[in-house]
Design a protein around this ligand. Structure first.
Ligand SMILES: *Cc1c(COP(=O)(O)O)cnc(C)c1O
Length: 360
């Protein structure tokens, strides 16, 4: 018998969406927070062109992509690391800065990959209560232990969709000891950028990392490109853990071109927000509890876990796949990604019917 090492055999496989359409129905997946729109035509063209150099290893320093990110966000290129999705950065950061002597802390309903990353690093994983499905700075500060080494906060959060203002994150940073790394995961940052609260300046103090991704607003989830701004000493350690040839040549070219097409990305955010707010309005009117979202999804709370499960089964029978949230402790909730308007219409009608006792 060949066994994996202890902390790996104790882990469950990472739970991705389960998508099997019922016979004869098209699959309507609103389960993975993928973009409403395909990538910018400029990104598609750049990726195709980059394939001509597909026999060569990619640029290990992501030079053009970093220069473009630096110019767009007004941040130093040297502090930028690019990952095979921001998941790679989350995982490598945790491996580099926490081990079995340490605790990793996050809000109660945090992005589940934070826990996975802690498990891979053999670290303890702690959560702090949230308030109204929103991260609570007071609760996070109260949960800090002597061995806490990393605090993860996704802002806006996934699966909650809620966000805390910049002043709260600053208060969190100021309340944390200087030997605790604060990681602010802004995977949905572009959907909240119009609020004008960038966090990159906190990185300058040497104890904070800000992560972003091309998977959501830029519509490049399939290309696997994440990035972050790191203090130089943190970046140096994280790079030791990363795959040195992580992002494909086509991926780097697509991301760089997508940055040039800001108008396209902003239009995606605008369309998504308009559909989201209309969809949410319909569900709230039908009597569902849905917090205001700053992302490309909404969190729908049903009366009970049992009710959420039965509604999910009924929706799946019609080919509509939302994402159950039992895994993050919100078994009474379903998360719905904002998709094309006809998909949202169908989903809203099915949920309205359900709320009317029609049981679809
Ligand atoms: C989607 C998501 C990520 C991962 O994004 P990739 O860049 O595709 O790896 C990270 N954090 C949060 C909160 C997310 O929702």
């Amino acid at each position: 018998m060949i066994r994996s090492v202890g902390h790996i055999s104790a882990m469950s496989p990472y739970a991705l969406a389960q998508l099997e359409a019922p016979e004869g129905k098209p699959l309507i997946s609103l389960s993975q927070n993928e973009s409403l729109r395909p990538p910018s035509p400029l990104a598609i063209e750049a990726a195709a062109e980059a394939m001509k150099a597909g026999h060569l290893y990619p640029d290990p320093d992501w030079s053009e992509l970093r220069a473009a990110l630096s110019g767009l966000h007004g941040i130093p290129a040297e502090g930028i690391l690019c990952g095979c999705g921001s998941m790679e950065l989350i995982s490598c950061l945790t491996q580099a800065f926490a081990d079995e002597q340490n605790t990793v802390l996050a809000p109660a309903y945090a992005y589940p990959f934070f826990r996975t990353a802690a498990q891979l690093a053999r670290a303890r994983y702690d959560t702090a209560p949230e308030q109204d499905r929103c991260a609570s700075v007071d609760a996070l500060l109260a949960a800090v232990r002597d061995d806490t080494r990393i605090v993860f906060v996704a802002n806006p959060g996934n699966p909650t969709g809620t966000r805390i203002p910049r002043a709260e994150l600053v208060r969190l940073r100021e309340g944390l000891p200087g030997d605790i790394l604060l990681v602010i995961d802004e995977a949905y940052g572009e959907f909240a950028d119009h609020l004008g609260e960038p966090m990159f300046d906190l990185v300058g103090c040497g104890d904070t990392v800000v992560l972003r991704t091309f998977s959501k607003a830029y519509g490049l989830a399939g290309m696997r490109i994440g990035w972050g701004l790191f203090p130089p000493e943190i970046a140096r350690e994280v790079r030791k853990v990363m795959n040195p040839n992580n992002i494909t040549t086509a991926g780097q070219a697509a991301a760089t071109a997508a940055l040039v097409d800001q108008a396209y990305m902003r239009e995606t955010c605008r369309e998504t927000a308009a559909l989201r707010d209309e969809f949410r309005g319909r569900l709230v009117k039908a009597g569902l509890d849905v917090p205001e979202s700053f992302t490309n999804f909404i969190l729908i709370r049903m009366k009970s876990a049992e009710e959420a499960h039965r509604a999910d089964v009924a929706l799946r029978a019609e080919g509509v796949f939302l994402r159950p949230q039992g895994g993050v402790g919100l078994a009474d909730c379903l998360r719905a990604t904002i998709g094309a308007s006809e998909r949202l219409d169908l989903t809203a009608s099915l949920l309205e019917h359900w709320m009317n006792g029609g049981k679809t």
